[in-house]
Design a protein around this ligand. Structure first.
Ligand SMILES: [Mn+2]
Length: 325
């Protein structure tokens, strides 16, 4: 049966404590339903599994944050971005929540929501890690079918869930404090500490950015060629062994066979085992300090919603030390 992890955690001062933030936010894209994911994941027993089977002390405020109190009254498009003020306000608030947990040396688990929320989680954790560990930079493993690195100007859709990496790396910048101008240097990550796994639907302009900035990216082609084992090894080698890691996991990295209920499914993705394997290996480094699970949308492909939720729970458990033997 399940047992707690025995892997020592290098960058957490409270390795058995989980700060959980449930984010019911869907404003980074246009399809309703993704805001219902935290309730579905929690109702399926995820937090009990983490508490009872993996022995974590779960710090959860027992609420799904919808941030209705900070929603702007009007939110017209700006620089081609849809709902820029709402996404900015939510991610700024979430950044503070993630920062508070991370500053105390806890692991930060965020249940989304669409992928725009990573602007909040990663900025908050990056800032806390710099403060706790003498300026050390946070590495990010971004597991996704998409690169999410559109700047507002090159985005085809204007949906901010396709832009979080651009804002987090400073490739996209904005002065206006109400539209991501609150992001300071201490919130940002370095492109050299960013690695993608699972890409298969990358826009032409995004490909250009990945090349120009020499960003390490493993597509499904690389996984076919080398196998998932070698790809994860290369991804971790690129980051280096002495670096705190954040895992931002978009459930659409998995093939729709395993995760059909998501806003932008793309065929030809990871198997359930390949997804769990990535999470298991990142846990085994002892360097993982946070994880996002995003883009689970139980209202889409409802016949597959329970499969998608099970997949999401499995990914989280794997990242938190669940193992097969
Ligand atoms: Mn994504």
């Amino acid at each position: 049966m399940t047992q707690p992890s025995t892997i020592p955690q290098k960058f957490l001062t409270r390795p058995h404590e989980l700060g959980v933030v449930a984010v019911g936010f869907s404003g980074g894209q246009c399809k309703p339903g993704v805001e219902a994911a935290p309730v579905a994941l929690i109702a399926s027993g995820l937090l009990e599994q983490l508490r009872d089977d993996l022995d974590y002390d779960v710090h959860y405020d027992n609420m799904v944050h919808n941030y209705t109190d900070i929603m702007p009254t009007s939110d017209s498009e700006y620089r081609n971005m849809k709902k820029p003020r709402a996404v900015s306000a939510v991610t700024q608030r979430l950044s503070e929540q993630a920062y508070e947990h991370a500053k105390q040396g806890k692991f930060v688990l965020t249940l989304g929501g669409d992928h725009s929320i990573a602007i909040g989680t990663i900025s908050g954790i990056a800032k806390a890690i710099r403060e706790r560990l003498e300026g050390r930079e946070l590495a990010v493993i971004w597991v996704d079918a998409h690169a999410d690195i559109n700047t507002p100007e090159i985005s085809q859709s204007g949906n901010i869930h396709g832009m979080p990496v651009a804002f987090l790396t400073g490739l996209a910048k904005e002065e206006n404090k109400d539209i991501f101008g609150w992001l300071e240097k201490e919130h940002l990550i370095n492109v050299s500490k960013l690695v993608y796994i699972g890409l298969r639907d990358v826009d032409r302009e995004e490909k250009k950015l990945l090349r120009e900035h020499s960003i390490r990216a493993f597509s499904m082609h690389d996984i076919d060629r080398h196998g998932i084992g070698r790809v994860v090894e290369m991804a971790l080698a690129h980051i280096g062994n002495d670096t705190p890691i954040h895992l931002s996991f978009d459930v659409d990295a998995l093939d729709p066979q395993w995760a059909p209920s998501t806003g932008t499914p793309v065929r030809g993705g990871l198997t359930l085992r390949e997804g769990d394997f990535i999470a298991e290996c990142v846990h085994q480094t002892g360097n993982l300090v946070g994880m996002d699970l995003v883009e689970v949308n139980p209202s889409l492909e409802t016949s597959g919603a329970s499969d998608t939720i099970r997949t999401g729970c499995s990914l989280v458990r794997s990242a938190l030390g669940d193992s097969l033997l």
